[in-house]
Write a protein that binds this ligand. Structure first.
Ligand SMILES: *Cc1c(COP(=O)(O)O)cnc(C)c1O
Length: 308
């Protein structure tokens, strides 16, 4: 699944900017959750599980993708969704469109609701497959080790070298995959995850644990926290929050590049990347931003972007 890498018109600090368009993966509006879910569903098919359980908020791209793949596979999909953050979105409407059974509960009860649902399905004679929120875990990490290999191939063909890779970091799985790709290849790229919600030290710790869990599965030596660059300076007020600068960045990017970003993930990360580049005086470098998807969220944000 080789997604396009295009150059951008962005000129900040005389760097050259490129974007890897994982939002253009040709399945259900694309995004990083497709890469991960394709690997999960391979396991579901291989091991003949007959239903799938996962969790996420109403704006979760992961839940949209899993629900769509389950529909195609013809197996029931159960989504545990915390009702504190359950405003209707394009993603939550699509979950229903794909026939997913959405089970609401309070944030505090997510864990026990997942366990109860899994037990009920097993008691009913089914064999459920559980996917962590956001597609977290070694399989999800593998998806971005694979993406990293695509980036290296692009560099070779085009005879250029990216100094930095920026992207929106949430559960940390995407970042863990990229960092593992970097470690496996022993190259000099710097991977910078711009957090969309989590704060440090917990945010980096989760990425580090994912990296080391993956390395361990490959019998490789674990790394230290210095390898993880998880930036929490641009979280604003937490998950889903934005500000006028983020909305302005989204407006500029669709206007000048023709590329939709959203306020929860990619728009916040692209804005954060620019702030980070200014703050750290990064100049004359080749910079790759990974567009991790979330196109339905762009449409949810459009009214606010327009009115800003
Ligand atoms: C889930 C998501 C992320 C974060 O990916 P993680 O692997 O959870 O860190 C970034 N961007 C978009 C659009 C997402 O849906």
């Amino acid at each position: 699944m080789r997604t396009p890498i295009q150059s951008l018109t962005e000129k900040l600090n005389n760097n050259s900017y490129f974007m890897k368009r994982d939002d253009l993966i040709p399945f259900s509006f694309g995004g990083n959750k497709v890469r991960k879910a394709q690997l999960f569903f391979k396991e579901i098919e291989d091991k003949e599980f007959d239903c799938v359980v996962t969790y996420g908020s109403s704006s979760s791209n992961h839940c949209r993708i899993v629900a769509n793949m389950a529909a195609i596979e013809g197996i029931p999909c159960y989504i545990i969704s915390p009702n504190e953050i359950s405003k209707q979105t394009s993603n939550s409407k699509m979950m229903l469109l794909f026939g997913a059974k959405v089970i609401h509960c309070s944030v505090k009860k997510v864990k026990e609701t997942i366990e109860r649902t899994l037990n009920e399905l097993k008691e009913a004679g089914l064999d459920p497959y559980f996917i962590e929120g956001g597609g977290h875990g070694n399989i999800g990490t593998q998806a971005y080790v694979d993406a990293y290999e695509e980036i290296l191939k692009f560099e070779k063909i085009n005879n250029l070298c990216f100094d930095y890779i920026f992207h929106a970091s949430g559960t940390g799985t995407t970042q863990a995959g990229l960092v593992c790709g970097h470690l496996l290849n022993n190259d000099s790229k710097e991977i910078v995850g711009i957090s969309n919600a989590r704060r440090n030290p917990q945010g980096s710790q989760v990425v580090l644990e994912s990296v080391n869990r993956y390395l361990q599965s490959k019998s490789m030596t674990p790394v230290l926290k210095e390898e993880i660059n998880f930036i929490d300076d641009y979280v604003v007020e937490g998950y889903g929050s934005s500000n006028r600068e983020i909305l302005a960045t989204i407006k500029e990017t669709i206007y000048h590049e023709g590329i939709p970003l959203d306020a929860t993930y990619t728009g916040k990360a692209y804005w954060g990347m620019k702030k980070y580049i200014e703050a750290n005086k990064i100049v004359n470098k080749n910079i790759l931003f990974i567009h991790t998807g979330g196109t339905p969220l762009y449409f949810d944000d459009l009214e606010e972007i327009l009115n800003d």
